[in-house]
Design a binder for this molecule. Structure first.
Ligand SMILES: Cc1cc2nc3c(=O)[nH]c(=O)nc-3n(C[C@H](O)[C@H](O)[C@H](O)COP(=O)(O)OP(=O)(O)OC[C@H]3O[C@@H](n4cnc5c(N)ncnc54)[C@H](O)[C@@H]3O)c2cc1C
Length: 337
């Protein structure tokens, strides 16, 4: 296990903010991980760093999950594939496509690792990890005990799971098992997927066509972290009660809303932020992305404190205008903790 002292988190997170971490361990081996979680005090777990904002320097041990491996655990019409936590999510999607296995094509090009995917039940273009998830293995921090979590135990929700709530910071996910399809059920109704397929003249799309359409749409809309630091959607789309929605809509008739669970409505956070006047705005080195207000960006040289200060301004102005409280989708790593 390689140890990097005084590690520059700029290199390990897609926000690319200026911050250091006292001790960063690169974990490639399962047995080393089991030992590390027993002996290192309160370690933080890092995957690809694409959903983290470090606020200040981090004076804790970080375990960066780099364990690799993709295995067919059970074959058949709906094979179960076991994937090590350190595998890059998009590489796994490409692996599935190469094996003509479906179910994850709509989730193409989401940055990050397999181990982090269940944390927030990653989702895009009408599909969430939950729809293919079978189970995961995790190691308990402090004891090194191994536990398997099946789907129902993970309590998946919109960008949510048990790992963000009841068992937050208690487990390191070491591997995830997903159930894919050989007889594919395509989902092309969400976003612009069907439009892209129409433009290309594809009337009988394959999982490869859907993946390519998703990749093209994502590349046209989202900033590439290699070019400009960001962590994708900074805020979750707020879910409010139907009554609250009706009340706010009476003052703002153009307020969009989408059905959520019974009695609730999901409101697009990007729209609220845009209406509050933040799209394309800049505060120091932090900014609200010009093409998608939901994404906050590091224009270069920003510290996490600067990005978070902009986020707080956005939260308070959306609250003032719409009486809706935005909450971050990104995980905040506060150096003071
Ligand atoms: C340009 C861009 C676009 C994005 N688009 C989407 C999108 O469409 N849909 C979507 O859902 N997300 C999206 N995201 C967010 C991000 O890709 C996902 O949240 C991804 O799952 C994060 O993976 P990661 O490995 O980078 O996790 P990290 O950022 O390293 O960690 C995220 C959280 O998971 C924890 N964690 C990481 N690995 C483990 C593990 N093995 N065990 C336990 N805890 C762990 C960390 O402690 C942290 O709390 C986007 C991000 C970017 C930069």
């Amino acid at each position: 296990m390689e140890l990097i002292n005084n590690a520059p988190l700029k290199a390990f997170t897609t926000f690319g903010v200026e911050a250091t971490c006292d001790h960063l361990y690169r974990v490639e081996d399962y047995d080393e991980l089991k030992l590390a979680v027993q002996y290192l005090e309160r370690p933080l777990i890092l995957g690809g760093g694409s959903n983290i904002l470090p606020i200040g320097d981090i004076h804790r041990n970080i375990l960066r999950m780099e364990m690799k491996g993709i295995y067919i655990l059970e074959d058949g019409d709906q094979p179960i594939i076991g994937v090590a936590a350190g595998e890059v999510w998009h590489d796994f999607v490409m692996w599935a496509l190469q094996h003509d296995l479906g179910g994850v094509e709509n989730l193409s090009l989401i940055p990050g690792t397999m181990g982090a995917a269940p944390m927030q039940n990653i989702g895009a273009y009408g599909v969430e990890l939950e729809s293919v998830f079978h189970s995961l293995q995790a190691v308990e921090i402090g004891t090194g005990n191994v536990r398997v979590f099946f789907k129902e135990e993970c309590r998946f929700g919109y960008r949510d799971s048990i790992f963000k709530k009841e068992v937050k910071d208690r487990y390191v996910i070491t591997g995830v098992n997903v159930r894919l399809t050989r007889d594919h059920q395509l989902n092309t109704t969400y976003g612009a997927i069907q439009d892209v397929l129409n433009v290309k003249g594809i009337s009988h799309p394959t999982i490869h066509d859907v993946s390519e359409a998703v990749i093209a749409i994502r590349q046209s809309k989202l900033p590439d972290p290699k070019m400009i630091g960001n962590a994708g959607s900074f805020f979750k789309n707020p879910v409010i009660t139907a009554d609250q929605y009706t009340l706010i809509k009476s003052a703002h008739p153009e307020l969009p809303g989408y059905p959520a669970e019974e009695g609730f409505v999901k409101v697009p956070a990007g729209w609220l932020i845009e209406q509050a006047g933040w799209k394309g705005k800049r505060k120091g080195n932090a900014g609200c992305y010009e093409k998608q207000a939901l994404v906050l960006v590091n224009h270069g040289g920003a510290r996490g404190e600067e990005i978070w200060s902009l986020a707080l301004d956005i939260i308070s102005s959306v609250k003032e205008k719409f009486h809706i409280e935005l909450s971050p989708e990104v995980n905040l790593w506060n150096g003071e903790l």
